[in-house]
Structures are given as structure tokens and as C-alpha cells.
Design a protein around this ligand. Structure first.
Ligand code: V47
Ligand code: SF4
Length: 369
């Protein structure tokens, strides 16, 4: 493969990057930008797949999970969001605790992860969520509760007059075991202020994840890409995550989230091409040398792209979902009822020349196929 790469490109700079990657060295921010600007997808795929297989062999992970979206009522008005509504506005929903517990009661016994994320509801504070967590845990003690983005955690803690440490300890005591990567968007301060001005800032997002890691709660991280950001802003985002991961090792997976442009105030921005998507996934795999997994969230990118991404650094396909999320279908994703059977997931991975592995939330292997 190293010979192939050397022959494939005439660029001296790209050859140097490839050499460094093959000898296990970290690439710099300047080199990350260069990969976006100059490398073609053949070159990126070679490097990303090499790193991916070095870390995980041919294994591609997925779990059996469901999402609960408690509400889409939100105090924020992120410009890219197609999902949120104001209180009383048409199209808003609020699930009561009882309704959510009814849903949990009917879950199949083999679900290993319950993902709970919604809007930031003005009336729901710490007490509401700790009660929900402890009751969900009591009903499904063997399922991992992965819940609440950093902006949701910030709101419930600040509005319950707790310190960050106190709030996280309270959530953990109630059953919170893992935190998803949402709310990161783009860390660059000026662009963040433009696309999600009300949301917690980048520093606070990173501070919350650092504190979660210190409390033994592993998390994921995301980037919202393909809107107005530059390559330098993407790399700045990845670099802030890489620096935090050097300190804490608390991130499990990184998930690039492609901006979808339907039904939101940024709908005038054209969605980027599949080539740009491939580049984002591959460069993330190459740059984030300390993050174990790169995840393609298939309800957002579609099953076909998710399969293709397995040759470009992705080793995790999230889960079977059971038609339990609306965020992406409301923003224009193809799959309006996202659901994948275990069999379908297995086939999709085998066809890509990889080995399907059903995992739990901590990447412990449940089943090989
Ligand atoms: O933070 C909202 C994104 C995120 C749009 O950690 C949009 O396992 C694209 O983070 N186009 C929430 N993206 C979802 C999320 C997530 C999903 C699945 C798994 C995990 C995990 C995390 O959705 C938000 C925002 O970045 N988002 N609107 C849109 N129009
Ligand atoms: Fe609210 Fe999240 Fe939508 Fe922003 S992205 S408006 S925080 S639901």
C-alpha cells in the first residue's frame, strides 16, 4: 500500500504526510488542511483505511439501540435546525415521563442502548431528567443509558443552581452512563455565533465533556460540516477535540454530521457533494489519531453512503435504531422511517468486505457473525 501511495501522487507534501502516517506519526493542522485541499479520495481512502484496519482490523461495529426524543420544544433557534419548535407552536411535541416509560417497557429484550436526546425545554430541569433516568434504569437495568447533549446538560445544571461537578454527579447517580456527541456543531467562535448564537459556546462544550470524562462518563463528539465552514475551521474543530482527548481519553467515537438543508433557515445553502462527505470522514480518521472509532450515523447519511464510508475510515455504524428518531428525516434525510434489521446490517458490512460485530455501548463484543 505504501508503494501504491508513493506512485499515486506526485505531490511531495502529500508523500511526506503518507510517510508520516505509515510510520505512526501524528499529522499537523497544516497537513490536515492540505489533505482537504490537495488529496484526492483514492489517496485519502488508502490512508484512512490503513489507520482504521491498524486500530480495529476489519471489524465494523454496531449495536442494538433505540432513540427517545422527549421533546422538540427548544429555547434555542439554531439556524440549521429543522426539528425544534417554540412552546405552543404547531408541530411541537412533549412526551410525558409516563409516555416515555411506556415506550421503554415495550422494548425488545435485546436492546443494549437507550439514546435520549431532545430540545432544551424551558420547563424541564434536573429533577425531571433524574426521575426519568432512574425509572428507565429500573425498567431496563441491562441497557446503557446514553443521554443528553452538552447544551441540554448545561441547561439543566445551570437552571438548578448546581455546579458542573454537582450536576454531573447527580445525573450519574440517577443512571446516566454515557453522553452523545451532539451540540458541538463548529467550534470556531465567529461561525458558531452565526449559525447557533444561543447555544453554549465551544469552551463550555469542551468543559462539560472534560468534566464528564473526569467523572468516568465516556462521550462521543461530532462536527456539523458542509455549510459555511472553511477547511481551516474543520481542522481547528478536530484539533480542539484531539487536544482534549490527549488529556482525558474519554471520547469513544467521532461522528461527522453533514448539514441537511430542508425546512430550516439555512435552506439557501446547497448541500455538499458525496466527494466532500468522503473527504470529511477520511480526514477525520487520519487526523484524530487518538479517537478509537469513526462513526457514520446512517439515518443521516443513508445506508448506501454508510456502506461506502467503510472504505474511508469508518468502523462504526451506530445501531439498528428501530425507527425511533425524527431529527434527520425532518431535515431532508432520505430514510423517513429509519430502521435496520440485524440481518440487513450484517449484509451491508459483509458486502463492503468487512466483519460485522455487534457491540455494547462500551465496544465490548456481543456477537460476531
Ligand atoms: O447537535 C441538527 C445535528 C445533532 C441538523 O453521539 C443536524 O452517538 C445536519 O449529535 N443537518 C444531534 N445535522 C444528533 C447527534 C447524534 C446523533 C446520533 C448519534 C450520536 C452519538 C449523536 O444533530 C446536533 C446537530 O449537530 N443537526 N440539525 C441538520 N439540519
Ligand atoms: Fe435546539 Fe438542538 Fe435544534 Fe439547536 S439543534 S435548536 S439546541 S434542538
Amino acid at each position: 500500500m505504501q508503494d501504491f501511495i508513493t506512485r499515486h501522487t506526485s505531490s511531495k507534501e502529500l508523500k511526506t504526510i503518507a510517510g508520516n502516517v505509515f510510520s505512526g506519526q501524528r499529522i499537523s493542522c497544516e497537513e490536515g488542511i492540505l489533505l482537504f485541499e490537495k488529496a484526492d479520495i483514492g489517496f485519502l481512502g488508502c490512508l484512512a483505511d490503513y489507520i482504521c484496519e491498524k486500530q480495529n482490523g476489519k471489524q465494523v461495529f454496531f449495536n442494538k439501540n433505540i432513540h427517545i426524543e422527549p421533546t422538540n420544544i427548544c429555547i434555542n433557534k439554531c439556524r440549521f435546525c429543522s426539528y425544534s419548535r417554540e412552546k405552543g407552536q404547531n408541530g411541537g411535541w412533549e412526551m410525558s415521563e409516563k409516555e416515555m416509560l411506556e415506550k421503554v417497557k415495550t422494548l425488545p429484550g435485546d436492546i443494549t442502548e437507550i439514546h435520549i436526546v431532545g430540545g432544551i425545554h424551558p420547563d424541564r430541569k434536573m429533577d425531571f431528567y433524574t426521575s426519568l433516568l432512574s425509572k428507565v434504569k429500573a425498567l431496563k437495568p441491562h441497557a446503557c443509558i446514553k443521554a443528553f447533549t452538552a447544551p441540554e446538560i448545561d441547561y439543566m445544571i445551570v437552571h438548578s443552581n448546581m455546579s458542573l461537578q454537582e450536576g454531573i454527579a447527580e445525573l450519574k447517580k440517577s443512571g446516566l452512563e454515557m453522553v452523545p456527541g451532539g451540540g458541538a456543531e463548529i467550534f470556531d467562535e465567529s461561525l458558531r455565533a452565526e449559525i447557533c448564537p444561543e447555544k453554549i459556546n465551544a469552551q463550555r462544550w469542551l468543559e462539560i465533556h472534560e468534566m464528564l470524562h473526569k467523572n468516568g462518563i465516556q462521550t462521543n463528539a461530532t462536527i456539523l460540516y458542509g455549510h459555511k465552514e472553511t477547511y481551516a475551521q474543520r481542522i481547528d474543530h478536530l484539533n480542539r477535540l484531539r487536544l482534549l482527548q490527549d488529556k482525558t481519553s474519554g471520547f469513544n467515537a467521532f461522528i461527522p454530521l453533514k448539514f441537511k438543508n430542508q425546512n430550516n433557515p439555512m435552506q439557501h445553502i446547497k448541500e455538499v457533494s458525496i466527494i466532500e462527505d468522503i473527504k470529511m470522514y477520511a480526514v477525520a480518521r487520519i487526523f484524530l489519531d487518538n479517537v478509537p472509532h469513526i462513526k457514520a450515523y446512517w439515518p443521516a447519511v443513508g445506508k448506501e453512503f454508510a456502506q461506502l464510508s467503510l472504505s474511508f475510515g469508518v468502523d462504526d455504524l451506530d445501531g439498528t435504531i428501530n425507527n425511533s428518531t425524527k431529527i434527520y428525516s425532518m431535515a431532508g434525510a432520505k430514510d423517513t422511517d429509519p430502521s435496520m434489521t440485524e440481518e440487513e446490517m450484517r449484509e451491508l458490512i459483509i458486502q463492503a468486505g468487512k466483519e460485522p460485530v455487534q457491540r455494547d455501548s462500551y465496544y465490548k463484543i456481543i456477537k460476531r457473525y
